[in-house]
Design a protein. Structure first.
Length: 313
């Protein structure tokens, strides 16, 4: 027997030594058993993880296929919409051409007959025809512009122009409209030469729309005021009327396509418009990198429509 064992027998006694031996061997057994358990659990976890990955991969594949099918359907729908949009544009162009030609003839012959020796009643009928053809002509122009806007084809023929000229060219006709309605048109002094790079026809169209609207919704005996001025690096236009005003909820919606003021109770006035002019005006101003808006103290208190565009030649 080894000397170390004899020493331990002397110090600890035989029983304690046996207990230590059993404890040591038991620890080895326990460690061995736990190791086996860990290996089994690891294998199970790996198997579970592998199965979960397989299920997830299958679901991902199914979703991917569904997305591919959806993308194909969307591509087909977009192509169909583009084709329909092109067909709409072509159809509108044909309609505009086919309607404008006879419309011009109707208007021309009506004006010619007015100059003849016809009775007062017949002359009034003919004037109504001229007025109706003008109204229909404006609708055709607005629909054409709207179709071009939706197709992204509304072109701006920009050149260096004098800002005041957009008002000078339209004021004679606007003044006549105001006189017929019995509305006073006040034009503040136009600014001195103020160059800008813009489409003179389109900007005049915007200003004419704002002025005609102001006159239309202003009662006889009231006033419409036009102000053009420079504001820093921008050129601004303000059309102030003393008409029916706007509800606070409508100052932005009024520029939406086909929108008609809900708080406008005069059905005759409502039927005179189609809710296109301000929408087109907004697109023209935006094409010049400008802003357009409306403010009003409230219903029955008039309103002011304005737009601002960058100055510079």
């Amino acid at each position: 027997m080894a000397p170390e064992i004899l020493v331990l027998l002397g110090v600890c006694g035989f029983g304690l030594l046996v207990a230590l031996f059993v404890l040591f061997r038991g620890a080895e057994y326990i460690n061995s058993t736990l190791g086996g358990i860990r290996e089994v659990r690891s294998d199970r976890l790996i198997q579970q993880f592998t199965r979960a990955m397989a299920v997830s991969e299958n679901r991902l594949y199914v979703k991917s296929r569904q997305l591919e099918e959806l993308a194909k359907k969307l591509a087909g729908a977009n192509l169909t919409l583009e084709q329909m949009d092109n067909m709409k544009s072509k159809f509108l162009s044909m309609v505009v051409h086919d309607v404008r030609t006879p419309l011009a003839s109707i208007r021309g012959f009506s004006e010619l007959l007015i100059k003849k020796n016809v009775g007062e009643k017949e002359a009034q009928y003919l004037k109504n025809i001229v007025s109706s053809t003008d109204q229909l002509g404006r609708l055709i122009s607005d629909l054409t512009d709207l179709a071009m806007i939706e197709a992204g084809k509304l072109k701006m023929e920009k050149t260096v122009i004098d800002y005041s000229d957009i008002a000078r060219d339209i004021l004679p006709g606007i003044s006549i409209n105001a006189q017929k309605k019995g509305v006073e048109l006040a034009v503040n002094e136009l600014p001195s030469y103020s160059p800008l790079h813009g489409d003179k026809f389109r900007l005049s169209q915007v200003l004419m729309n704002l002025l005609n609207n102001a006159i239309k919704f202003t009662p006889a005996g009231k006033r419409v005021e036009l102000t053009l001025r420079r504001e820093g690096r921008h050129l601004a236009a303000y059309v102030k009327d003393s008409g029916i005003g706007l509800h606070p909820s409508e100052t932005k919606r009024i520029f939406e396509k086909f929108y008609q003021a809900k708080y406008q109770k005069d059905e005759k006035l409502r039927k005179q418009g189609w809710g296109l002019g301000l929408c087109i005006a907004q697109e023209v101003v935006r094409a010049h990198k400008g802003d357009i808006g409306a403010i009003s103290p409230g219903l029955g208190k008039g309103s002011t429509f304005w737009f601002r565009i960058p100055a510079g030649g």
